[in-house]
Design a protein around this ligand. Sequence first.
Ligand code: PLP
Length: 379
Amino acid sequence: MFIYLDNAATTRVCPEAAQAALEVMTEGFGNPSSRYALGSAAAERLERDRAVVAAALGCLSEEVVFTSCGTEGDNWAIRAAVEHGRRKGKHIVTTAIEHAAVLEPIRALEREGYEVTWLRPDREGRISPQAVEDALRPDTVLVSMMLVNNELGTLLPVREAGEAIRRSGCPALLHTDAVQGFLKVPFTPAELGADLLTVSGHKVRAPKGVGALYIRKGLKLKPLLLGGGQERGLRPGTEPTAQIAALAAACAAWLPHREAYAAHMRAVKDRFLALAEERLSGAVVLSRGDAPHICALSLPGYPSEMLVRELGDRGICVSSGSACHRGKPSHVFAATGRPKRELMGALRVSFSPDSTAEEAEALVSALEEIRRARIPAGR
Ligand code: PLP
């Protein structure tokens, strides 16, 4: 038995998704491009699954292209967006707290000669909408800003970025990495003003190996790969029908409970934070998280890596942040500019609709126990 409180890293596949994948792998396993009944049934199911994912996103079916993961969607969107704007300019706006799947392709573009404005957050991890507006220029071709930060759970001003782009008249496309926001916070791509939006299956109880990129209707984008004509030629490769069926089933299972799940995750998180503040003297809440499922806490003097290991030994899974290793805080925590002592003890705790208050209490008790057994470092 273990307690899994690292749902921003990945989630347990829900029974509906596992069942759908099994069905497609063992019964409806035809290639959607094959011209006999098994193939056409697979093609029809693929389109039904696309419609379910589109409904969960709040967009048209034709605006959804399946990918293999969030990283693929982010890389493709960024490369294709700058290619789209290549005659209009070489300026990109993004934030210092993006996931590596956005940071790295933008750093690569910077090395290739693009000019990048990196927006920095405040201590709470918030990006100011005014800073986005001020960063826009007539030659800005891409604004890429995540919807929910994966380590802090903060909401970024994507909607305001969309409005600012429209007001400024600059040619920028707006891309948002909504991997952590999908199904957890309410949005539609149109409401956000997004041209491109990335989601990933394994954060929402579908298996790893599937994601989707929303491409606004009418936007002509360069394909990710060249090959057969799948996904309207935009993302060729035989469709991973089992993973796609599982993603659709996970969305269909989540959608009717969206608000109840959000309220439940928020209640468990609030219970965890209240207990931590009450029972772990000196603990610092780094972020309460606007999104219902993520928060970050620090026990100054107790290095994150040690805490994650000790909790793991007790069967409790949490994270130290996406890249908190070799004595360095993650780039996200570091960007908040908090004192190093706080950052070095950072833990990210992330919940799912299955998480319980008892699990949150067990985590606080385990942290109490670890603190009693250990003398803090760097006093
Ligand atoms: N973007 C964010 C905000 C994430 O949290 C993650 C995964 O941790 C990704 C992108 C990458 O998604 P995937 O693991 O599907 O490649």
